[in-house]
Design a protein around this ligand. Sequence first.
Ligand code: PGA
Length: 246
Amino acid sequence: MRRKLVVGNWKMNGNRAANTELLAALKAAGPWVAEVAVCAPFAYLGDVAMSLQGDAMAWGAQDCSAFESGAYTGEVSAAMLAEFGCRYVINGHSERRALHAESDQLVADKAKAALAHRLTPIVCVGETLAEYEAGQTDEVVKRQLSAVIHTLGHCISQVVVAYEPVWAIGTGKTATPEQAQAVHAVLRAQLKAATAQADGMRILYGGSVKPDNATSLFSQPDIDGGLIGGASLKTADFAAICRAAG
Ligand code: PGA
């Protein structure tokens, strides 16, 4: 039985006062049956760690470097995230793939660096609108996941996968539960071919998850929770989504 996981991806939003308020409200709204985490901008990880110390909610970052240390101006290493108590790190979010030209291999290398510091990578895969319309969804997500499987070997079982169709992110368009489930099943089959632990692995759905569609998405057999962007910044919405995963 897989425990559901709901992860808030704050992206580049928030400020110290608003974050403190949001986390206090979420702490008051929890605990939940599902595991819940928030992935904050690097600058706020110290604050978040202080706010959530002792709470059931976990926290993480939205990216990490593939390198250990050195002359990589602007980068943050997995070891640094571990020092701030992060449990999770998002790797290969479509915004980073698109805006920072992150390749499948770089994403896999980042996940490897995260695992080396006992962080759980949340590896994002997903097709663009053009790829979706060209019927290339399965091919694209399999190619993206394959790089991670190849790079991590048997350690792939320690990863969380997030399927996020790019056309559904921040657009208000959600994949139907059936559409999402079909892709999750493809990903699960690919993981099964790589590890005997695939049935225990969590595959999250992301892309305009809201309180009113969360229950139907999370009730699909291979959807083990969500990666939540916009709605994770609103206490009532995020709490409702966490409850829907319970
Ligand atoms: P959204 O973002 O929920 O705002 O669509 C999801 C994500 O980008 O992780």
